[in-house]
Ligand binder design. Structure first.
Ligand code: NAP
Length: 306
């Protein structure tokens, strides 16, 4: 068997189109232009590239972008004061603080200071709690993207065995909650899991989010399974150039899987598209409107309703 390649770039472009339409309708019918504020401290080159591409995408689909690039030496109090202003600014509907933050700043304190209704990254404890309680919430973007990609292969995830490798608050745990909401049967694996290969072998769906280059091998995968690779690992090639690989040994796993995401070009583009979607959801809910349905979770609503 040769796996079908799940084209994350094309699926993300389609999602951005739907988000652009929803943003256009909000502006036309309600005079609301969804606005995303991105806060970046210091000069972390990967973060700068990421923030730059977010800004371009936001503007390209007719939304507003507010970039706050602050020096590395910004104090926690100054950052919290900025978040306080963004929380009450009516033209800002989504707030994203780019991680990692410098060591002198308590990231949890900063994330908890964001209005949960504007928490488009879905990292606020209120949104994490609402998601695990099965209540409407702004859910983290990467797991939302993973669900959307899986649903391009399976019309329904109900009853499927899903294995999630990784239990971070950013990917593994929220992904598990979203899969439960889809009625999948979920196993969450981590670094202390014994016989990870056998655990993976049960999966009709395998989501790899461990940050371990090409860890998932061909003989771990049930023939025909859908494999979603979240990992982004930079490896130095023999030519001295850096190459990016996922957590899945793509070439060999493609020989047994039914469908697989490439890295790059799989989950990555979906993350930014889902951020745009969350900003439009937040803008809608903050205005007292129902959140538009872009797929990706069963209860489509921002953090305030429900
Ligand atoms: P993280 O916070 O480092 O968490 C990694 C998780 O994987 C932990 O739960 C860890 O277990 C588990 N793990 C590590 N080694 C393992 C092993 N050998 N076997 C089984 N489990 C193992 O990482 P993260 O933030 O979730 O990110 C995971 C990967 O996804 C990274 O490569 C990251 O770059 C990528 N990522 C991609 C996107 C995107 O947009 N595509 C977004 C976010 C992250 P313990 O809990 O026991 O330590």
């Amino acid at each position: 068997m040769t796996a079908r390649i799940i084209d994350g770039k094309a699926i993300a472009a389609e999602l951005r189109g739907k988000v652009a339409d929803a943003a256009h309708r909000l502006a036309r019918d309600r005079g609301i232009v969804p606005g995303l504020a991105v806060v970046l401290l210091g000069s972390h080159s990967a973060s700068e590239v990421y923030v730059g591409s977010k800004t371009k995408m936001v503007i390209s689909i007719g939304m507003r972008s507010f970039d706050h690039r602050l020096p590395e030496t910004t104090s926690e109090a100054e950052l919290l004061a900025l978040i306080g202003r963004l929380n009450t600014d009516p033209v800002v509907h989504g707030i994203l603080v780019q991680l990692p933050l410098p060591a002198h700043i308590d990231a949890q304190k900063v994330l908890a200071a964001i209005d949960p209704g504007k928490d488009v990254d879905g990292f606020h404890p209120v949104n994490a709690g609402r998601l695990s309680a099965g209540l409407p919430a702004l859910a983290p973007c990467t797991p939302l993207g993973c669900i959307m990609l899986a649903k391009t292969v399976h019309a329904s995830l109900a009853g499927l065995e899903a294995v999630v490798i990784g239990r971070s608050n950013i990917v593994g745990k929220p992904l598990t909650q979203l899969l439960l909401a889809e009625d999948a049967t979920v196993t969450i694996a981590h670094s202390k899991t014994t016989d990870l290969a056998a655990v993976c072998g049960r999966g009709d769906l395998v989501f790899a989010a461990a940050g371990r280059p090409e860890m998932v091998r061909k003989d771990w995968i049930k023939p025909g399974a859908t494999v979603i690779d979240v990992g982004i690992n930079r490896l130095a090639g023999e030519d001295g150039k850096t190459r990016i690989v996922g957590d899945v040994a793509f070439a060999e796993v493609s020989e047994v899987a039914g469908a697989i995401t490439p890295v790059p070009g799989g989950v990555g583009p979906m993350t930014i598209a889902c951020l745009l979607a969350n900003t439009v959801r937040a803008a809608s809910v903050l205005a007292g409107l129902p959140a538009p349905d872009f797929g990706g979770r069963r209860t489509e609503d921002g953090g305030r309703n429900g």
